[in-house]
Every structure is written in structure tokens, then in C-alpha cells.
Write a protein of this length. Sequence first.
Length: 276
Amino acid sequence: MRDSLAARMLGTSAGLAGVLLLLAAAIVALAAPWLFPADPFDIVARPLLRPFSQMQHPLGTDRLGRDLLAMIAHGTRPSLVTALSVAAVALGIGLAAGALAGMFGGLADELIMRLADALQTVPSFVVALAVVSVLGPSLPGLVTALSLSAWTAPARVVRAEVMRLRGAAFVESSLLLGRNRAIVALQVVLPNAVTVALALAAVIVAGALLSEAALSFLGLGDPNRPSWGALIAEGRQVMRTAPHVIIAPGVALFLTVLAVSLVGEGVAKALSRRTR
């Protein structure tokens, strides 16, 4: 237990700081309906109220008179859910594709890797923009759009690791026992290769957070949910007269991405320690 990956990650200053920040974001996301039970889209005060000018609205209001703190708190959950869903889908597809490509080689490897090459030739945000435009601004649409390009990186990493492991004695013995090669790849080889893709999870989550905010900034986010990107887009129009409208959601996005990056750095350090 002491030598587990989680323990080694929490033993690093970056990993511990990232986990604490992420824990704070998760608490805000879960507690938002209780802390701000009213509809966050409700107009509660005069527009562009300055921060701390009224204690019931600590961060002030936007240009429509909505409570910025309530909007940011309620926007935490969809941002985290979208980013974590994208990471889960992308890692699931990438791990399976990389394991099969590395284990089988030949035609399967060529097909999977050429598909990955084709997706990587187009910028991921352009792919997401096109998919969301077709599927519409919704949570499933955002997850599908952002996962479409995100699976390629873990697939390549896992493929390389599986190709290294497939000649190991425990893999050869499983094949000699007559087990199906695909089952061996997913049940025997993949669990030993999965840790190398863990550090990529943080990169995927951070990229998904920024991409979700960018799509919402362009008006392609879910209109029924508060969004940090939509708040930042709205703040452009009053950036000089009321900069708090754009600063507050920007700081929330920055801290969340920073937390994920710190966790990823902690995981990378923990993996390097285990390798040594």
C-alpha cells in the first residue's frame, strides 16, 4: 500500500497540491445545488454589480444581473463531468485499440494506426467544432466530439508498451495454453501496460476542459447549463468597464486546469520513481 502509485503521487508536492485543488472543485460541483438552490440564470440584482459591494453576491453580477458566483459554482459540474467523461471514453478506446494493434500487428495494426494518423492530421478542435455543429450543443455531443481525437495518444503509447511486453514469458505461456490472442491482449497484457497511459489522462482532461470552454465561448455549449466559456464570452463586451465578469470564470478555469496538470505531473514523477 505504501508503494502504490497513488501513495507515490501524493508524496510529491505537485501531486498533493493538484489533488487538493481538484477536491475543492469537486466539493463545489457537488455542493452547488445546496449552496445556490435558486436557478443560476435568475436575475438577482442590478447588472454589473462590483465584487464585494453586496455580501449576498460576493463576486458581483454579470451584465444581465445574474450572480457570478452562483453561475461559476453551477458551471463547475458540467465542466468536470464533460472533461472526465472525455478522458474515460478516450482512454477506454485508446487502451483497447493500442492493445489490439500491438498484440496482433499486421493488418489490424495498420488499420488502427492509419486511422489514428488520419485523425491527428486535423487539429482536434476543428474536429470537435465540426462534430458539435452536426450533433448539436449537448453533453453527449461534446463528449463524442472531444473523444474523437483524444484516443489516439493513449493508443500509440499503449501499442508501444504492448509490443514490448508481448514477447514476455507470461504472455507466451498464456498463448501456449491455447487462449485467444485478443483475450490475452485485453486480460493479460493490457493491465501491465495501462499505467504508462495514466499520465496522459491528465493531459486529456486538461485539454477537454479548455476545449469545452472554447466551444461554449463560441456559443456551441449546452445553453441549458452555466458555462465558464460562455461567461468569458459575455465578459468581452464589458471587459473595460467591468473586468470582473471575465476574470472570475477565467480564474476558475485556470485553477482547474492547473490542478489537473499538477496531478499529471505527480503521476509522471510517481511512475518515474517506480521505474527507477
